[in-house]
Design a protein. Structure first.
Lengths: 142, 384
């Protein structure tokens, strides 16, 4: 399945998707050594973003969160690409810009199916497309 | 977003890597916020100064970034990790890393302000001027109370703004987009500064927009405005509030039960080991009020007042510092509550604060228990 998107930071990345409907506060939510999400109130608690395509609505909270994205990249625990579903915010855009992490904003709706399936995504920010491949169904996010 | 020919050249590196990186950041931010061009700014305020917030990779980034450029506009910077005049309670390693960051910012010519309240410590430009402020409470306060025009910048986008003297023309820098589409209708009897913090935090949580109207609330002084701004900025993406808004858009009610649920979210204990005032750092009106309310009393637990050095110097000259120190309270300048290395699991289990922002970061970043209560109750419970 091919989905249209808008390029914010160019580049390409391929990875298993990690997806959430909850915004992310980068400053307080990560162990940058592991890429794990350590905020117990977040639905991604315990999961790692390392080498994934992180699909999330947008970043919120501290303006320093941009440095957390850079820190993840420096520690080799960053996502290979990021996809904002609701809004590309300044924190994520500036953090991805200095970290050379491809970043796109969805222009098409992400099918509801995507929230219930294990997916691999090819993010091609330069050509403003996402190629979504379903791997297998699971219900962690249902 | 379109860049001018001159800006394209700078992006390509004609003035070095730092300026080029700064334009790369502005380009991404411009694309993200649907800007069509960059506009000149008159002031920048940078966050990401405390070593605890940006860590080793951030420190190294700045070391490199700050080598070959200077800021183009007046640029203030956020608090660092400790008080420059009494660097006790932090490790030698922390001190040397922190000094490295301070030196990087010095290299590019920032003002050594170490404050999260540039609007109280400095004379910011006049209303309707474009500025670029990171530090969420400052951005919200500047937009809402001073009529300045800034987006809620990130540490990096404000840094890029300082280096280039420019920012994307988008969102809260466009007059029509500053008008709120949503409104919080408060029915709470706003009796303490904490109520304003709770209202702000609630608004930030429920409104997914840059601007919000607030009705049913009177902001009686700068302490209320600061608590509201800091609460709004802590979570969510609101960068501005408009009081007494008559916007006809969707309205959401805020009353006692909403306030209680926010307090329950942030409060994890009823009593704390250390009392913290100053998130944001306290200004002169708040110090005056605190000195009056604590006159002749002594704190029964350690109490720290976080304060900008410029404000501390003013307070000292009018006798406020001596009055407050006679209560047992200690001043810490240059630093603030958020992610302070001064209060950790090693030296306290819990803190008392009247700030929702302080509570949020003490709980989520410093991993301490928090008693969140207003200053009047703090004085009643922790002084004799």
């Amino acid at each position: 399945m091919r989905i249209k998107c808008h390029r914010i930071v160019g580049g390409q990345g391929v990875g298993d998707v990690i997806i959430t409907r909850q915004p992310i506060n980068f400053l307080t939510m990560f162990n940058t050594n592991s890429g794990n999400i350590i905020n117990q109130n977040h639905e991604l608690f315990g999961k790692s973003v390392k080498d994934t395509v992180l699909v999330f609505p947008k970043a919120i909270g501290s303006s320093v969160g941009a440095y957390t994205i850079y820190s993840l990249k420096s520690m080799n625990t960053a996502p290979v690409a990021m996809v904002c579903t609701e809004q590309t915010d300044i924190i994520t855009a500036s953090g991805c810009a200095i970290s050379n992490i491809p970043l796109v904003k969805l222009t098409d709706e992400l099918p509801v199916l995507s929230f219930h399936s294990r997916l691999r995504i090819v993010v091609d920010a330069d050509n403003e497309t996402l190629l979504v491949k379903k791997i297998r169904s699971f219900n962690h996010y249902s | 977003m379109d860049l001018t020919r001159e800006e394209e050249k700078l992006l390509d590196g004609t003035e070095g890597d730092t300026v080029s990186t700064a334009y790369r950041i502005l380009l991404a931010v411009g694309e993200a916020t649907h800007a069509n061009k960059l506009v000149p700014i008159q002031w920048a305020h940078i966050s990401g100064v405390n070593y605890n917030t940006i860590g080793e990779s951030g420190r190294k980034f700045l070391e490199q970034f700050c080598l070959d450029a200077k800021v183009k506009v007046n640029t203030t910077i956020n608090p660092m990790g400790f008080d420059r005049e009494k660097p006790s309670g932090v490790s030698q390693e922390f001190i040397s890393k922190q000094i490295s960051i301070v030196n990087s910012y010095k290299n590019i010519g920032t003002i050594e302000s170490f404050t999260c309240i540039p609007y109280e410590a400095y004379q910011l430009p006049k209303a309707n001027t474009f500025v670029s402020l990171a530090e969420t409470n400052a951005a919200v306060f500047a937009n809402s109370m001073l009529g300045l025009m800034t987006n809620k910048e990130s540490a990096l986008s404000a840094l890029a703004g300082a280096i280039t003297g420019k920012a994307p023309l988008s969102d809260l820098r466009i007059e029509e987009l500053r008008a709120p589409k949503y409104r919080i209708k408060s029915s709470l009897d706003m009796s303490t500064e904490l109520d304003y913090g709770l209202l702000g935090y609630f608004a930030g949580k429920v409104i997914r927009a840059s601007s919000v109207g607030i009705s049913g609330v009177q902001v009686k002084g700068i302490a209320d405005a600061k608590a509201l701004s800091a609460g709004i900025g802590t979570t969510g993406d609101l960068g501005m509030f408009t009081l007494n808004s008559e916007s006809t858009g969707e309205s959401i009610s805020f009353g006692q039960s909403e306030a209680n649920s926010i307090r329950e979210e942030l409060n994890s204990t009823e009593r704390g080991d250390v009392i913290l005032f100053g998130s944001p750092q306290l200004g002169i009106p708040e110090l005056k009020l605190l000195a009056t309310n604590t006159e002749g009393k002594k704190f029964t637990k350690p109490c720290i007042i976080f304060c900008a050095r410029q404000i501390h110097n003013q307070a000292k000259s009018i006798g406020l510092v001596d009055r407050l120190e006679s209560t047992g309270a200690k001043f810490m300048c240059d630093c603030c509550t958020c992610l302070t290395p001064l209060i950790t699991k090693g030296n306290a289990d819990s803190v008392v604060t009247n700030s929702v922002k302080g509570a949020y970061y003490m709980k989520n970043a410093n991993k301490l228990d928090v008693a969140l209560t207003d200053s009047k109750s703090i004085i009643e419970e922790y002084m004799n």
